[in-house]
Design a protein around this ligand. Structure first.
Ligand SMILES: *Cc1c(COP(=O)(O)O)cnc(C)c1O
Length: 468
């Protein structure tokens, strides 16, 4: 299995190189040269597998021998050992042919753990085998950062620097990052938006001397291994509701387009997915794209679902590459245009191809709270604002009531307790391991949105040993 760049200007690489590089050298994102596929019989057999075993089946073809099978199996087993639900990703029925897939049972209470708990040990394994170290730099709109820090803390071969937009993540989200006082963990609060953080990150990776000197690596959702690990739960959930005999649809609260792209990947691999419903908050650039074929950047608005306060969804590039017939040059030109003009549009044929699978639905904060309240009253389930957008999107766009619709629950309600309280009057406590989070000591550097200053901070604060 080799991976190619969405911008067509980088050599094909194996899984382990793609894992460590994150972004391709031409600025594109790595995608598999071809999609591995499963037969209907194989998909039917997934129903009875434990989560970790299914993960091994789904992940193995993508790794393509870059990690030997027994090591891979051990990494996957370890990755899902820290979840507080015995079956890792429990499914609940919340209405007729309506399901909730809970992806928040990992250590940081958001779906990011589903991939990140795998990514940490897989990085460690590959680095140790190569006798190498890396500096991981990430940008987070809230949940990625804590998941990455939790997965990488105290690993000798890794320095990790996480940028977050100051004041735009919840207290719990911030504290889950800044209270990890491990020597290899560095938090930077940027005076700006998540998109500013993401732009800084991209600029650092495009600065070749800096990238090489610091051995930069990314664990943002641009890293292929995260997309890969997320594909697993699409198969997991679909098999539970009768796939492949029955088709299945998913509704995904979406920010950077990583989660829902994993659903798209599952479909390419043979899973009979009817609809992928992209749920957005007031930052509805994706909804507008799937309605009109025009991607038009607006101002980022702060909402009660901050992990989706994004205007530029990095992983959309992977879909765009497929929509353009996997033409790297065309993809590159479209994105260059978008970068300079803040806008691009696709032709009718491309839009129709996207609309055959993708549906959009947007909800503002009031609508989101109403869904939290209604869900609690009707089902007794307390859901966080991101999950509520998934549920609302599922209902708004469910085309065929005979096809099971699975909404992805992406965060534990305790992670966004204020919004849940506002909507329901019920206070959700943090689970036991995080009970004293609000009392723990924090460490964080506040910085201006200034590339040179951030690079200087990273160069100065990376432990010597790790970059020797
Ligand atoms: C990251 C995140 C999202 C958005 O996922 P993407 O893969 O970026 O689209 C949605 N909900 C929660 C709780 C998240 O942490």
């Amino acid at each position: 299995m080799k991976y190619i760049s969405t911008r067509g200007g980088a050599p094909a690489q194996a899984f382990d190189d793609v894992l460590l590089n994150g972004l391709a050298p031409d600025g594109g994102l790595y995608v598999p040269e071809t999609w591995p596929t499963f037969t209907d019989k194989e998909i039917a057999s997934f129903k009875d597998l434990p989560y970790a075993e299914l993960a091994l089946r789904v992940i193995r073809p993508f790794v393509g021998g870059a990690i030997d099978d027994s090591a891979l199996a051990g990494i996957i087993d370890g990755a899902y050992a820290n979840f507080d639900a015995p079956d890792i990703a429990p499914m609940k029925e919340i209405g007729k042919n309506e399901f909730l897939l809970e992806l928040f049972h990992g250590p940081t209470l958001a779906f990011k753990d589903m991939a990140m708990q795998f990514l940490g040990p897989v990085f460690d394994h590959v680095l140790k085998k190569r006798n190498q170290t890396v500096t991981i730099v990430g940008a987070t709109s809230g949940d990625t950062g804590s998941a990455a820090i939790e997965a990488c803390r105290d690993r000798d071969a890794i320095e990790i620097f996480i940028l977050h937009p100051q004041g735009r993540v919840s207290d719990v989200q911030r504290r889950q990052m800044t209270t990890v006082l491990s020597d290899n963990v560095h938090n930077i609060a940027i005076d700006g938006t998540f998109d500013d953080c993401q732009a800084l990150l991209k600029a650092m990776f495009n600065d070749a001397p800096f990238r090489d000197e610091m051995r930069l690596s990314a664990v943002n959702s641009i890293n292929w291994a995260r997309i890969m690990a997320q594909i697993v739960y699409y198969f997991w959930a679909a098999a539970k509701v009768g796939a492949p005999e029955s088709h299945v649809s998913f509704a995904v609260p979406t920010g950077n387009f990583g989660n829902v792209f994993s659903g798209y990947a599952a479909k390419q691999m043979g899973l009979p997915i009817d609809q992928l419903v992209v749920g957005s908050n007031s930052n509805d650039i994706l909804t507008r794209f799937f309605e009109t074929g025009a991607m038009e950047k607006g101002e980022v608005q702060a909402t009660i679902s901050p992990s989706m306060d994004i205007q530029v969804s990095s992983n959309f590039e992977r879909l765009l590459f497929d929509l353009t017939g996997r033409d790297g040059a065309v993809t590159r030109d479209i994105l260059a245009n978008f970068q300079s003009k803040g806008r691009f549009s696709v032709n009718d044929k491309t839009l129709e191809a996207a609309q055959a699978l993708f549906y959009g639905a947007r909800f503002d904060d009031d609508e989101t709270k109403a869904v939290i309240k209604e869900t609690f009253e009707k089902t007794g389930e307390l859901v966080d604002p991101h999950t509520a957008i998934g549920i609302a999107a599922a209902r708004a766009q469910h085309r065929d009531s005979s096809v099971p619709m699975i909404a992805l629950a992406t965060a534990h309600p305790a992670k966004f307790a204020d919004a849940v309280f506002d909507a329901t009057g019920v206070h959700v406590d943090l689970p036991a391991p995080l009970a004293d989070l609000m009392e723990r000591e924090e460490r964080c550097q506040v910085m201006a949105n200034d590339l040179a200053a951030v690079q200087d901070f990273i160069a100065t604060n990376a432990r010597q040993g790790a970059i020797a």
